[in-house]
Design a protein around this ligand. Sequence first.
Ligand code: NAD
Length: 218
Amino acid sequence: MHEKEISLAVIQRLPRYYRYLGELLENDVVRISSKELSERMKVTASQIRQDLNNFGGFGQQGYGYNVEYLYTEIGKILGLDKCYNLIIIGAGNLGQALANYTDFERRGFYIRGIFDVNPRLEGISIRGTEIRMIDELEDFMKNNTVHIAALTIPKLKAPAIAKDLVRMGIKAIWNFAPTDLNLPGDVMVENVHLAESLMRLSYNLKALEENNDESDKN
Ligand SMILES: NC(=O)c1ccc[n+]([C@@H]2O[C@H](COP(=O)([O-])OP(=O)(O)OC[C@H]3O[C@@H](n4cnc5c(N)ncnc54)[C@H](O)[C@@H]3O)[C@@H](O)[C@H]2O)c1
């Protein structure tokens, strides 16, 4: 429908709206005004109205937003009314942590396969999914529909595996390895670079300390 006209900035804010609305739903809140939502989310009410107006007519004058309707519609826009099959490449610390996390399923993301090169991991089951050896990946990809591959392998291994996955038809990569993957334009890569977000924290902490030092001098 109208997703193409929605700016990337708005799309990036949608998961946060979705999370807040989900919490409201869990607390049996039926409707909410943009003012109330803005106070909870600490964004301006006008930003909320502008963002949500993109989808046309979710809010009603004097009534506010119907929480369940908005939650469902944003879910549809984010594609969360569908199910996605995920595989995890790399069953080390992070890969196993992802595989152990149950909440992804609640959002429609199902882990269907876990692959590694370490024979000691072969056959170990994580919440019902067995770790397989990487040489089984190609057959697995032929026989299963896989929408997303999570890469939780060392960074030096990631580019080659990503290339293999693309050759096998994968269109979306959730990349946890701290490296940039140069892949064809029709392949989506969502980087989750944890160390980079820590660096943003360290920058802000440093700025805070410098500020405090300055005010101590004054
Ligand atoms: N663990 C964290 O919290 C964390 C944080 C930030 C970034 N990362 C990144 O995530 C990635 C994984 O980290 P980790 O801590 O889980 O490492 P890990 O060493 O615990 O696990 C990596 C796994 O990948 C497997 N592997 C290596 N080459 C492979 C290949 N070609 N195909 C399939 N499997 C292969 C290894 O056998 C191992 O089991 C790394 O790139 C790391 O930098 C991890």
